[in-house]
Design a protein around this ligand. Structure first.
Ligand code: DAT
Ligand code: MG
Length: 138
């Protein structure tokens, strides 16, 4: 066993479209455990810390604006290899090319906006997970 924790966000598009339940159902069906869950409306500084690796990129400002456009759901999720496993459930970043069967592939939409509305965030490594869980759950 390699039990670990990851940070999952259901982003503003997922909450606004009423897909939180559908996304949680996939997470729970996979067998991952909800350790903590909260509806959040992050301040800009929280998002700057969260997305620090993307500062300066063309999509950075639109991304922060999108993430402040409505509430998100933050989840502390636990399970065996959950970091890799949730990324697999989520699918690749671009919802147009994300595989069918994944959250982004089945529900994500590309409206041609500067930011892909790809519904979810999942930490990409143990280091990211520790850093991001501290930001969102302290
Ligand atoms: P992921 O969310 O799959 O880990 P990422 O960390 O590279 O992807 O980027 C964070 C978010 O930024 C991503 O979910 C959507 C947005 N984004 C990334 N690359 C983008 C691009 N080329 N154009 C527009 N938005 C982008
Ligand atoms: Mg990422």
């Amino acid at each position: 066993m390699h039990t670990e924790e990851t940070l999952v966000l259901v982003k503003p598009d997922g909450v606004a479209r009423g897909l939180t339940g559908a996304i949680l159902a996939r997470i729970e069906a996979k067998g991952y455990a909800l350790v903590d869950i909260a509806l959040v409306e992050p301040e800009r500084d929280t998002l700057e810390r969260h997305y620090a690796e993307h500062a300066g990129k063309p999509f950075y400002e639109p991304l922060l604006e999108f993430m402040m456009s409505g509430p998100s759901v933050a989840i502390r999720l636990a399970g065996n290899r959950v970091i890799e496993g949730f990324r697999s459930l989520a699918g690749t970043t671009d919802p147009t090319t994300a595989a069918p069967g994944t959250i982004r592939g089945d529900f994500g939409r590309d409206w041609g906006l500067a930011v892909q509305q790809n519904l979810v965030h999942g930490s990409d490594s143990p280091e990211s997970a520790a850093r991001e869980l501290e930001i969102w759950f302290g």
